[in-house]
Design a protein around this ligand. Structure first.
Ligand SMILES: [Fe+2]
Ligand SMILES: [Fe+2]
Ligand SMILES: [Fe+2]
Length: 419
């Protein structure tokens, strides 16, 4: 008996193409929603978007069968897979201007969403911002590729909300203990007493330092009961990492930011390892940059300036976070995070690294490149994958792909995430 299409594995080569089809469907949905299309037409459009590469030969037959089952359910007859009505839209997509009025209208939306996604994929090479892409896509109206109403709907439905001045955002103040540790990291005269003082600024931080020093990670059977003994056991560098991460954790305390915080701890851990490999970046600075790289997520959650359901709709439709943010807000958590870091008067290298951590083609410092590589190692799916950007960033920190193969989250990183 042949296996059910549901159980047929999809080859990695096909996955990228399917991801493009899903994003095309998500963008097409935005347009359809703005044009008040009835739900049957939206569903038809969606199915056509998901299948618009059916004839390119890029989809293996097994993958195609599985995709069809995902869209239309198990009941579909595999020998006549694409329902006639969807085929009509796909034919009109292949030949602009053909088909019925409805088929031609839906094909125009599909063509526009498809072109938009391809331009987003080309961003690492072209460097175009979303506003520039949309402006250029207006040219498709005169070329007969899509009607005026489609591009108008895409521009209107993604018109950015007015963002208030960063000074008016309700954001947490930079924690005193983290500030103190940051100064200590830059002070060659800092000593044990200074670190003890920084840790004792907050009982939660002091408790975490004690807990770690007495944990199996540090192996000794002798129970430690004073903060200074704990810091001696952990060592200067580890103590600073624990204090800084514990001090920053409350900023990510809301349940919706928990995942972002765990991810930040991972990226901090990986950033530090990359800095040690690269040998040209201070590991402590890399660790702090990793902890703070996604701080812009706090701004997104606190500003409430956008329709989070629409943003969520794009993300659950397969659009990476940065893609969805830059389409709907014309900014993203990296740019917002840089505004926050600048407001905290963090060093300019840190601010620009946060701003460019997803845009390595615009990176001005090795720290930004390092964050990009750490994001890659953390398997974060915040942005479209890009070999071009990865290669640029590896070059920016003087490493090759082979050099970073052993970088995985350390035992300390896992302990901090679980603490
Ligand atoms: Fe396409
Ligand atoms: Fe990010
Ligand atoms: Fe991230």
């Amino acid at each position: 008996m042949p296996p059910s299409p549901k159980n047929v594995p999809i080859s990695p080569a096909t996955k990228g193409l399917l991801a493009h089809c899903r994003r095309t469907a998500a963008v097409a949905k935005l347009i359809a929603h703005h044009l008040f299309l009835p739900s049957e037409e939206k569903n038809l459009l969606c199915a056509a978007c998901l299948l618009h590469h059916r004839s390119t030969g890029l989809l293996a037959p097994e993958s195609m069968a599985r995709l069809l089952v995902d869209i239309f359910g198990e009941a579909l007859r595999v020998d006549d897979p694409v329902p006639v009505i969807v085929r009509g839209v796909l034919n009109a997509y292949d030949v602009p201007g053909s088909g019925t009025v409805l088929e031609s209208r839906l094909a125009g939306i599909l063509r526009l969403a498809d072109a938009f996604d391809q331009d987003m994929e080309a961003q690492p090479i072209d460097g175009e911002e979303v506003g520039e892409i949309l402006e250029r896509l207006r040219g498709g109206v005169d070329a007969g590729l899509w009607p005026e109403e489609s591009i108008h709907a895409l521009v209107e439905s993604t018109s950015p909300p007015s963002i208030r001045e960063p000074g008016t955002w309700r954001l947490p103040v930079f924690p005193q203990a983290a500030l103190r540790t940051l100064r200590l990291m830059r002070d060659p005269r800092a000593n044990l007493a200074d670190v003890v003082e920084a840790a004792s600024l907050d009982p939660v931080i002091a408790g975490l330092v004690m807990q770690l020093a007495n944990s199996p990670l540090f192996g000794s059977r002798t129970w430690i009961s004073t903060l200074s003994q704990a810091i001696v056991r952990l060592g200067f560098a580890t103590s600073q990492k624990v204090i800084t991460s514990a001090a920053l954790r409350p900023m990510f305390s809301s349940p919706s930011l928990q995942q972002a915080w765990h991810h930040s701890l991972q990226v901090a851990d990986l950033s530090e390892q990359l800095a040690c490999h690269a040998g040209t970046i201070d590991p402590a600075e890399a660790y702090l940059a990793g902890l703070l790289h996604d701080v812009g997520q706090i701004a997104l959650h606190s500003m409430q300036l956008y329709d989070s359901a629409r943003l969520q709709g794009l993300v659950s439709g397969g659009c990476p976070q940065i893609y969805a943010e830059s389409l709907l807000l014309r900014t993203d958590h990296a740019k917002l995070g840089a505004e926050i870091a600048a407001g905290w008067r963090l060093p300019e290298t840190m601010v620009s690294a946060i701003r460019q951590h997803h845009r390595s083609e615009k990176a001005e410092s090795p720290l930004a490149h390092l964050l990009y590589v750490a994001e890659y190692l953390s398997a974060s799916e915040e942005d479209l994958p890009s070999i071009t950007r990865l290669e640029t960033s590896l070059k920016g920190i003087g490493l090759a792909l082979d050099d970073i193969g052993d970088c995985t989250v350390s035992a300390l990183g896992s302990w901090l995430a679980a603490a």
